[in-house]
Design a protein around this ligand. Structure first.
Ligand SMILES: CC(C)(COP(=O)(O)OP(=O)(O)OC[C@H]1O[C@@H](n2cnc3c(N)ncnc32)[C@H](O)[C@@H]1OP(=O)(O)O)[C@@H](O)C(=O)NCCC(=O)NCCS
Length: 163
């Protein structure tokens, strides 16, 4: 860990990954990533709507010319509602999830957001672990939230400290 609490792994990604707003040219790669996710995958139109609305909570992570992941949230008053967060299958399990969560928090703080809320499928153990390790707490359950699998959603939240 360095003096800001970043692990070596996070610092390694920090130097190689470029964070930017999603644009229309990212769409084919984003839809390809969504095809590999089980829970409520997004269509190209869903991304397109957010791009056209210039949602500042829609960010991509690129390694050279490859889209490795993205997150999307809506700002509602002082809260962020996380709608999507995913990594390309080739880049999962390498600590990049933690890196994305740090960037999500940083983006939220810059937008004066004080709380992040999300839903995660009860069987999505990797994502649940990632969120718990990132300081999120369970605050409720939505029964049979995911139509494709019939899974319940766990509602989680994290309060952010001011910069
Ligand atoms: C959820 C997702 C972003 C997590 O990213 P990731 O790179 O796989 O996450 P990390 O490597 O940072 O790992 C997160 C934690 O899960 C653990 N983990 C990773 N892969 C695992 C596996 N296959 N089995 C068990 N634990 C695993 C890691 O060890 C880590 O825990 P630790 O910090 O205690 O070591 C990624 O898996 C993904 O894109 N999944 C598909 C989309 C999705 O489900 N999004 C979430 C919607 S709510």
């Amino acid at each position: 860990m360095n003096d800001q609490g970043f692990s070596e792994e996070t610092l390694e990604w920090e130097s190689r990954i470029v964070l930017s707003s999603m644009s229309m040219t990212d769409l084919p790669e984003a839809v390809e990533i969504e095809r590999t996710t089980i829970y409520s995958p997004w269509s190209g139109e869903m991304f397109q709507k957010e791009i056209e609305a210039r949602n500042p909570g829609l960010k991509t992570f690129r390694l050279k010319n490859r889209l490795v992941g993205y997150f999307c949230f809506w700002k509602v008053l002082n809260e962020a509602h996380l709608l999507n967060l995913a990594l390309h299958a080739d880049f999962r399990g390498k600590g990049l999830g933690r890196f994305m969560m740090r960037n999500l928090e940083q983006t939220c703080k810059e937008m004066e957001i004080s709380k992040i809320l999300l839903e995660v499928a009860e069987t999505n153990y990797v994502a649940i672990k990632l969120y718990k390790n990132s300081g999120f707490f369970k605050v409720g359950i939505r029964k049979r939230f995911y139509q494709e699998t019939g899974d319940d959603a766990i509602l989680m939240e994290k309060r952010l400290q001011r910069c």
